[in-house]
Design a protein around this ligand. Structure first.
Ligand code: DC
Length: 224
């Protein structure tokens, strides 16, 4: 029997461990890894660079039509290109982007502009011969891939999440971003019905990855 192509959705709040977990799963199962937070961040950095304010929806709408989004696969990571350029990590993790990203992400036009792009990553993964796609974000299991083979929702205590960001040397408005991401009207951060909820506050990264690996392994053998 041919191996199935798996789509795995990992949602959760800021610094809940989504990225480290998703990256580790992409290695274990040879999946393409798509960090959709980095897509919202790249778009935010580009809009800020063009001087577009979060409040001016008309300007946002006009700019969205000219972004020219494409994907570059680096290793197992799907990176967003805007006009053929990858926005550098330092820029997408900057305090200015941290402060603005949830505001842009709450604008329905911004989410609509990224919807087809995100769904298209499954095709990119298939074309490149990956055994599946692991996509992390806020609304992957609820909106982008509600029929994903596996949907997980990671929780962690806010103080533990602040410690994790501090260990990474970052200042981030975690509580404020979570408040905005949870309360927005379009595709809010939520654990959708049927998703598997994991509280990682007292778990190591390995423990989280092992637990998820055990579930995925019922469908597909790990490669690493
Ligand atoms: O995962 P992250 O913290 O890098 O995400 C940055 C912001 O992007 C987050 O505060 C809200 C937004 N986002 C979103 O609205 N939907 C997603 N699927 C992913 C991120």
């Amino acid at each position: 029997m041919p191996s199935p192509f798996l789509i795995v959705a990992i949602d959760g709040g800021a610094a809940s461990g989504k990225s480290s977990t998703s990256r580790a799963l992409s290695e274990r199962f040879d999946f393409l890894h798509a960090d959709t937070g980095s897509y919202y961040r790249a778009v935010t950095a580009e809009l800020l660079r063009r001087g577009v304010a979060t409040g001016s929806v008309d300007a946002v709408r006009a700019a969205l039509g000219t972004l020219a989004l494409s994907t570059r696969v680096e290793g197992r990571s799907a990176r967003m290109e805007i006009g053929g350029r990858i926005v550098p990590e330092a820029e997408i993790r900057s305090p200015a982007v941290n402060a603005a990203v949830s505001h842009f992400a709450a604008i329905p036009e911004v989410r609509a502009a990224l919807l087809a792009y995100q769904r298209g990553q499954a095709e990119v993964a298939r074309e490149r011969g990956f055994r599946g796609l692991v996509m992390e974000g806020r609304d992957i299991g609820s909106v982008i891939f509600p029929d994903a083979d596996f949907r997980f929702f990671l929780h962690a205590d806010p103080e533990e999440r602040a410690r994790r960001r501090a260990r990474e040397g970052q200042t981030d408005s975690i509580a404020e971003r979570d408040r905005l991401d949870t309360s927005r009207k379009t595709a809010p951060l939520t654990c959708p019905p049927g998703a598997i909820d994991i509280d990682s506050t007292f778990m190591t990264l390995d423990e989280v990855v092992n637990r998820i690996t055990g579930m995925l392994a019922t469908r597909l053998s790990p490669v690493a």
